[in-house]
Design a protein. Structure first.
Length: 452
């Protein structure tokens, strides 16, 4: 294994990694940084899910940006809004002084244009359609874009973005370099990307769809309808974080409703939900206010949520790639994880998943000695945000002074432009709701609601 040492002049790597809670870079990240930062070629990075590809391109990219300019210099193309938002959040949390913005469908482009004018971002993360819209309207100057990153480029192609991506790249007449990243290998890179001399970094392991840090289990359901078996399995997993994957939106709704009736605190997530619903669902799960995320394969790509212990295939994955991306949500970086195949009477685990699969025996009779474990936190919605000059410190002060809690009762806080989410200990949330009703934060009356 080659080890690269990258000396970062303007960005203190130890300081940035410390802010992100990362101890050190892995081999893929080090090589990607060396090729992007020190080389002149276009770069393709192929590496499994959970290995930190976002950081691998962001760390060198922020050093290539002219921070003195007020123009967009790099576009990061992503297949969905969740990845755009999360990648934008990662760059902001790095604290490098490089400004960024996420752009995606589901909200008015005019509102995004207003924010673009105000923030003057150097890097814009966006879906192909929305980026084309801003380029066509002149909201982003195509002639000043030096770098394009296509993250999960195979997924972008799978989702039918070929024509939109072709139009997008064709407008960027001043591109200097192109960086493509994926967790699976595409048969070929489309001609429209116009890759030139290319460094290809391949860290994929073809023969191992399940890595050796993931324990694999088979859970047999005695009935075709596997909901009771799923509930019993989740009870045995206690209050650890689990994603339950299904293949259809209506199945997600049905399963989520069943689990809630059994007393589980869940988040449902699929492409048919409204943007606010999807954001609420992800936030609840990522901050520990829900122990179960019930989702289609939409959650198998582009979500960077640490410490997901369990991946449960209620519906068997449709392909080897689908399996790889699902399981890639756990055992991220150097952590361990578990994956469970819930198998009905007429079902068989796919051949590409065969290997060291252990049988996971559930207690009999059903549920004996088991109970539903509730999450430690609950999530509150506060109807004011950055545009109202509200900061994380303001929210902590408001909840402690008006809500009667201690700082130790408060978890993760995310402040958006017009609203904020905050995690509060479950046993204190009703007290907070009662005491803050009708109260003001920084002199502004606001809404405080429980995210259900």
């Amino acid at each position: 294994m080659r080890i690269f040492v990258v000396n970062m002049k303007d960005v203190k790597i130890d300081k940035v990694l410390g802010k992100l809670g990362v101890d050190s870079l892995n081999a893929m990240q080090q090589e990607a940084m060396e090729c992007i930062l020190r080389g002149r070629n276009d770069v393709v990075v192929l590496s499994p899910t959970g290995t930190g590809k976002t950081l691998a391109y962001l760390l060198p990219l922020v050093q290539m940006i002219d921070a003195e300019s007020d123009e967009v210099q790099a576009l990061v193309v992503v297949p969905g809004r969740e990845l755009a938002m999360q990648s934008d959040a990662v760059l902001k949390s790095m604290g490098t002084g490089i400004r960024s913005q996420a752009c995606y469908g589901g909200r008015a482009a005019m509102d995004e244009h207003r924010v673009l004018r105000q923030n003057r971002p150097h890097v814009v993360f966006g879906t192909p359609g929305r980026l084309n819209d801003h380029l066509d309207k002149g909201n982003i100057d195509s002639h000043l874009i030096k770098y394009i990153v296509i993250d999960e480029f195979d997924k972008c192609l799978e989702m039918g973005f070929m024509n939109e991506m072709s139009r997008l790249v064709g407008k960027l007449t001043s591109l200097q370099r192109r960086f493509l990243l994926s967790a699976t290998d595409a048969e070929q890179i489309p001609q429209f990307v116009e890759m030139r001399r290319t460094d290809r970094l391949d860290y994929l392991i073809d023969e191992e769809p399940l890595n050796d840090r993931v324990e694999v289990y088979r859970v047999d359901s005695p009935e075709k309808d596997k909901l009771a078996t799923l509930a019993q399995l989740l009870m045995t997993l206690g209050d650890t974080q689990s994603i339950v994957f299904l293949n259809y939106r209506d199945s997600v709704e049905r399963t989520d409703e069943y689990l809630r009736k059994q007393g589980f605190v869940t988040s449902a997530f699929h492409g048919g939900m409204e943007q606010r619903q999807r954001e609420d669902a992800l936030y609840k799960f990522s901050n520990g206010s829900a122990t179960v995320l019930v989702s289609t394969d939409l959650a198998s790509r582009g979500l960077d949520i640490p410490h997901i212990e369990n991946i449960i295939h209620y519906h068997l994955p449709s392909s080897e790639d689908a399996l790889i991306h699902r399981v890639g949500r756990t055992a991220r970086w150097d952590q361990m994880g578990k994956t469970f195949f819930v198998v009905g009477p007429e079902e068989h685990i796919p051949e590409y998943a065969e290997g060291n699969i252990e049988n996971y025996l559930l207690p009999s009779p059903f549920g004996e000695g088991l109970e539903v474990r509730l999450p430690r936190m609950s999530t509150l919605y506060i109807g004011k945000g950055k545009k109202d000059k509200i900061s994380k410190g303001d929210i902590v002060g408001f909840l402690c002074k008006k809500g009667g809690v201690e700082p130790s009762d408060i978890g993760r806080i995310d402040v958006n432009d017009r609203y904020a989410y905050v995690a509060v200990k479950r046993e204190k949330v009703q007290q907070v709701l009662r005491l803050t009703q009708g109260e003001k934060i920084k002199g502004i009356r606001t809404v405080v609601e429980l995210v259900r």
